[in-house]
Design a protein around this ligand. Sequence first.
Ligand SMILES: [Zn+2]
Length: 214
Amino acid sequence: MKTVTLTIDNGPDPDATPRVLDILAARNIPSAFFVLGKNAADPARRPLLERTLAEGHWIGNHTWSHDGPLGPMTDAAAIAEIERTQDALGEFADPRRMFRPVGGSGALGPHLLNPAARDFLASGGYTCVLWNSVPRDFSDPDGWVARGLEHVETLDHTLMVLHDVPGGCVDKLDGFLGQLQDRGVTFVQDIPDDAIIIDRGDVRDTASAYVMEG
Ligand SMILES: [Zn+2]
């Protein structure tokens, strides 16, 4: 039995997000949306956050600017990327204060956080969520589907990152999800435990692999 948790990053976007929400609603797939602070702060996009929440999805923090991974940033810049976004999310933010770092085309490694960002997440009671599947919808709007199917075949529980941005997953999303449902894949909203490196402020041993020291 294969399990998939779907997550949708980098929105909300006035065109892509409503279409993604329509598809997820029709297929009854609850998801988590990791949004950018600069988007969430845009008054024109706030109704998209309302709709996302009203339809049963979770909303997490995915940095303010998405300018790059936090590891190489100054302490102040890294903290501001997290804090400004959480402020912009306000009541829309999931109570676990979920934060997903920027990977840079999906790469995992010590570039994700610096010690200041880690400590800020810990003291603020955040939950830091990684991933194990980035099919790269943003750079390959057709080919990502085959890659996504392969990831689901390979993994027991896939925590997939797709994107509600122009040129992202939306054109192929319904067909992709249909193929997975035809194959008997189970969709769950829960984040797999091994993708969580900070759990409501509790820094796990696994976190050290994702923090750039010195
Ligand atoms: Zn991202």
